[in-house]
Design a binder for this molecule. Structure first.
Ligand code: FES
Length: 320
């Protein structure tokens, strides 16, 4: 079979194909296969790895465009998922700067992690003598987020980072912000949560790719949603993101029950919505917007019951 690797030598990107026998992949993980290629076919191939046990996060790469942990992918099982198991392409993680072959630059991401202050800062009441206790229920709220191994798979898949990374941190940064914010022993949850807002908390485009591809089953998208709710409750509830979310819930879901793009844009962006007239005209042309609907639409069957359910859910959440 053929392994095509997207390589980079510091000046140019190119593809290089390596042919291996079926017996050379038997019982191997993708990482073992990369090591086999390096040791037997091409010593110049560069990639990173350490633990070989899916706990250090160093071996993230993409196979046929999707992010995986190389040490956690058994070759036979991986190939069985492809229509053409005779050829695969291995590439560096997307949305990172490539340093060499499959090695990417983590420094900007580490800098973003530093911004959300992921270290544990205990409440004043805790001391070395008293200890720093946490109930099982309190720990359960952040247990999943502790599983993040910083492999970068979520960032590699992130549609927002691919479109524009200038105003958005990596999804795993929000997962660590969630863990620090909701740690019951922490001194100041807002220290982490505010930094998440500044790092683009409201710019997530809800593609869910981060949740789909996380090798540990963590949903950064859910962590982002929880941080949004928390920061709104703490009074950080204005700006285009919160305004859009509030307008969507109160004006559309609880209002008419229909998606009214004109009303949503006006409520979310105010006068700035006028700058998107060209988009509105295109939506109208495609039959996706009816300008008359800004003045109201007929009732939808079952909508009143839906609104009651939302009210009940909100009351239950407030009690928590
Ligand atoms: S080598 Fe550590 S996670 Fe793969």
């Amino acid at each position: 079979m053929k392994i095509i690797i997207d390589r980079y030598d510091g000046t140019q990107h190119y593809k290089q194909a390596y042919v291996v026998d079926k017996k050379d992949i038997e019982g191997k993980t993708l990482l073992s296969l990369l090591l086999f290629i390096k040791q037997n076919l091409d010593a110049t191939l560069n990639f990173t790895a350490s633990c070989r046990s899916a706990i250090c996060g160093a071996c993230g790469v993409r196979v046929n465009g999707h992010s995986v942990l190389a040490c956690d992918e058994k070759m036979e099982e991986l190939l069985a998922t492809y229509d053409n198991p005779e050829v695969i392409t291995v590439s560096p993680l997307a949305n990172f700067r490539v340093i060499s072959d499959l090695v990417v630059d983590w420094e900007p991401s580490i800098e973003n992690l530093r911004k959300i202050r992921p270290t544990f800062i205990p409440k004043d009441e805790f001391s070395a003598e008293k200890g720093c206790k946490q109930t099982q229920a309190e720990y359960d709220k952040i247990q999943k987020q502790w599983d993040c191994i910083l492999c970068g798979c979520c960032a590699s898949e992130c549609s927002k980072l691919t479109a524009d990374s200038s105003d958005y941190m990596e999804p795993f940064v929000f997962t660590h912000a969630h863990r620090a914010t909701f740690d019951s022993r922490g001194k100041d949850p807002m220290l982490h949560a505010k930094a998440a807002v500044l790092g683009g908390l409201w710019n997530c485009v809800h593609c869910q790719e981060c949740a789909d591809r996380c090798p540990k089953g963590i949903s950064a998208a859910d962590d982002i949603a929880a941080l949004r709710v928390f920061t709104q409750k703490q009074g950080i509830n204005t700006g285009e993101g919160p305004d859009h979310a509030n307008a969507f819930l109160t004006d559309l879901v609880e209002g008419s029950g229909r998606l009214n793009e004109i009303l949503l844009a006006l409520r979310s962006e105010g006068a700035m919505a006028v700058s998107k007239t060209d988009i509105a005209l295109k939506l109208m042309g495609a039959g996706k917007m009816n300008p008359l609907h800004i003045f109201g639409e007929e009732d939808i069957e079952g909508h009143k019951e839906l609104v009651e359910m939302i009210k009940a859910a909100r009351a239950a959440a407030d009690k928590e």
